[in-house]
Structure formats: structure tokens, C-alpha cells
Design a protein around this ligand. Structure first.
Ligand SMILES: Nc1ncnc2c1ncn2[C@@H]1O[C@H](COP(=O)(O)OP(=O)(O)O)[C@@H](O)[C@H]1O
Ligand SMILES: [Mg+2]
Length: 349
């Protein structure tokens, strides 16, 4: 379970005229977890199936820990790849209990020493659930059984296809954390496919954003959120307002005032990116341009305040803590805390 990890290079795939993958490049260090984030229909499952060996590509290569799995689009048999696969809908065998599901891929010599209890402990499942059938398990428990089954043959890599999408919000976080703990304990390299940006940011070491059949950006969650490669990626990984600004030296001037920018970026006319949590409201109206409160969405722990600048009608959101909320119709001063990401003007937003 050590070595180079996964290297995907120039993978292409069309179904008829539909070019789903248009040159996927992706490197995943051994033992690390990459979330692949993309819209529904964006080719995420297709990519996993090519890596796992259930589907040929049209071109490109895949190596795992230095071993070629796919060359010029074609590859070795799935069972020789050392890859565990957790398909989109869990896909446990309904007629087998949890223990038999987990041990399903273990045969021969490996089977004799195989410890189902240890595998259940690894994924955080109580061993009393061993004799339950899938329909007697909760959604989260079923996902953990599916992961245990994928990990049982000790694969060097595990592919998880939207493993939490059928779970409700509370269970999703808890199951996600348990799955990540198990992957780390097993030392497996992993791809976690998701269309949920919160899940990608919370669980993965790095996030690969897929767009138009390519990896548009591969970065740590923090870098992706704070330094997205373009405005479209910025809005894909969270709420954002994009504003025109002028940069001179280390300062950008926008309708919201002056902001610090990181050195080395473009100068002159740019777009800047402001996240709602950077927007500060001043109830006394002493600081910054004035904005009218258009709407307040209260979430308990915090709230989103919809604002419209009085001078130029520009709209933006502020995220504020759930105490001392402004009311609809209030006028407040608006400013931005922290530095802002800057894009040259030509990027589409
Ligand atoms: N076997 C197939 N035959 C034809 N089209 C397919 C096949 N598998 C997937 N597609 C198409 O490829 C595109 C990407 O699908 P998929 O990889 O499942 O996306 P995602 O998992 O990101 O939602 C979709 O337009 C889908 O309809
Ligand atoms: Mg899919």
C-alpha cells in the first residue's frame, strides 16, 4: 500500500457523439484521498469505471503504484488491478448477511485467516450486525458494509462513487468521517466521487474539479476555496460574489472599498471574488458603502443576509452569526475582511 499512487493521463471517452471525458489528467499520492467533484452527467462514474477496469477508454493511460493498468485506453482485467470499488448504489447482495457480504471477495488462502470482526471494527460497525441482511441495516450501515467489502481484499486503491448521496444530512457527515477514518487506517489511496462541494471540502486531502470532461483544478480544499482557478470554479465550491476592481500594487479597489490582494497577481482592471463570510455589516453605517437588507435567511447557527448596495444596486450575500441580525429594509455599512482572490478580466464568470 505504498509507492507512487495513481497516475491518470489523457483519458478520453465518448459514447457515440457524446465526448464525456476529454483528456483527464489526475495524480493521487499513495495513501491520500481525492474527491472528484463535478455536476451530474459530468463523467465521474465513467472515469471510475475506466480506472476499475469495467469499461475501456478511447485513449490515455492509468498506472497504480507504477504498474500499468490502462495503456492506450485498454487495460488489464479488473480483478488484477488491486482496486476496491464501492458502486453508486451500495449494491450489497440482498440474500447475504453483512459478514458474508464483507467476505464475498475473499477466497482460498486469504479466506482462512480473514477476520470479519476486524474488518467491521475498521469501518466502525458493531459486530452484532454481522448476521443482519442489508434490508435490516440503516443506509449508513449499508455503506459501511459496502466499504468493508471493498477493503477486505486489501486493495491498494478504493473508488467510492457518491457513497453518501442516499443518506440524510446528519448521517452523511458521520458516515463520511467513519469512511475516511477507515480508508486512512487501511492506508488506501482513494477517489471519492461526489457532486456535493461541502462533502468534497470536508473529507478529502485534495479536490479535483471536473468540468467539460477535464480536471479544471486539483487543489487542497483550502486552496480550492480561497484560490480557485477561475470564477466559475469559485461559484462551484461555494457562494461568492464577483466584483469589478482595479488593482495597483497590493491593493484592489472595488465598489466595496479597498482590499488586500496576494502579491504576483494581475494588475489593472480585474475581477475580485468575495465570499459571504468575508462581508462585514456595520449597523451604525459608519464604515463602507451603504446597502439595504433585502432578505434574511436564518439557519440558527448563522444567517445569510441578502444586500443591495444603495449607490449602484449591486447584490451580494453576507454570512453573519445568528445573533443581532439586521431586519429587512435596514440600511447597513458594508466592508470586506481578509484578502480577496483576483482574476484577470478575460475569465468567464
Ligand atoms: N454506457 C453508456 N452508454 C451511453 N452513454 C453513457 C453510458 N454511460 C454513461 N453515459 C453518458 O455519459 C455521461 C456521463 O455519465 P456519468 O459518467 O454517469 O456521469 P456522472 O457520474 O458524473 O453523473 C452522461 O451523459 C451519460 O448519459
Ligand atoms: Mg455517477
Amino acid at each position: 500500500m505504498s509507492g507512487d499512487g495513481l497516475v491518470v493521463s489523457g483519458i478520453t471517452k465518448s459514447f457515440g457523439d457524446n465526448r464525456v471525458l476529454d483528456g483527464i489528467d489526475l495524480e493521487i499520492a499513495a495513501g491520500s484521498i481525492v474527491a472528484t467533484l463535478g455536476p451530474s452527467g459530468g463523467g465521474k462514474t465513467t472515469l471510475l469505471r475506466i480506472i476499475a477496469g469495467f469499461l475501456d477508454a478511447d485513449g490515455g493511460s492509468v498506472t497504480l503504484d507504477g504498474n500499468p493498468l490502462v495503456t492506450n485506453g485498454r487495460g488489464i482485467a479488473p480483478q488484477r488491478r488491486g482496486i476496491g470499488y464501492v458502486p453508486q448504489e451500495g449494491a450489497l447482495f440482498p440474500h447475504l448477511d453483512a459478514a458474508s457480504n464483507i467476505a464475498f471477495g475473499i477466497r482460498g488462502k486469504a479466506g482462512r485467516g480473514f477476520d470479519v470482526d476486524a474488518m467491521m471494527a475498521l469501518v466502525g460497525l458493531d459486530p452484532v450486525l454481522k448476521s443482519r441482511h442489508p434490508h435490516e441495516l440503516s443506509g449508513g450501515q449499508q455503506q459501511r458494509v459496502a466499504l468493508a467489502r471493498a477493503l477486505a481484499p486489501r486493495p491498494s486503491m478504493v473508488l467510492l462513487d457518491e457513497p453518501f448521496s442516499s443518506l440524510d444530512a446528519g448521517l452523511r457527515v458521520e458516515t463520511g468521517k467513519a469512511v475516511v477514518r477507515a480508508l486512512r487506517a487501511a492506508g488506501a489511496t482513494a477517489i471519492l466521487v461526489t457532486h456535493d462541494q461541502d462533502e468534497a471540502l470536508a473529507l478529502a486531502d485534495r479536490v479535483a474539479v471536473m468540468r467539460d470532461g477535464r480536471v479544471a483544478q486539483l487543489a487542497t480544499p483550502i486552496d480550492l476555496y480561497r484560490q480557485p482557478a477561475d470564477p466559475a470554479i469559485a461559484s462551484f465550491v461555494g457562494s461568492v460574489v464577483v466584483l469589478p476592481a482595479m488593482v495597483a500594487g497590493g491593493t484592489a479597489k472595488s465598489p466595496l472599498g479597498a482590499h488586500e490582494v496576494r502579491p504576483g497577481g494581475p494588475q489593472g482592471a480585474v475581477k475580485i471574488l468575495v465570499r459571504p463570510e468575508q462581508v462585514v455589516l456595520d449597523r451604525s453605517c459608519a464604515v463602507g458603502p451603504k446597502a439595504r437588507v433585502e432578505d434574511v435567511a436564518f439557519f440558527g447557527h448563522d444567517a445569510t443576509v441578502r444586500l443591495r448596495l444603495v449607490d449602484n444596486c449591486l447584490e451580494l450575500d453576507a454570512r453573519v452569526l445568528g445573533r443581532d441580525l439586521p431586519r429587512i429594509g435596514d440600511v447597513v455599512g458594508v466592508s470586506v475582511r481578509g484578502d480577496v482572490a483576483v482574476f484577470a478580466e478575460e475569465h468567464p464568470s
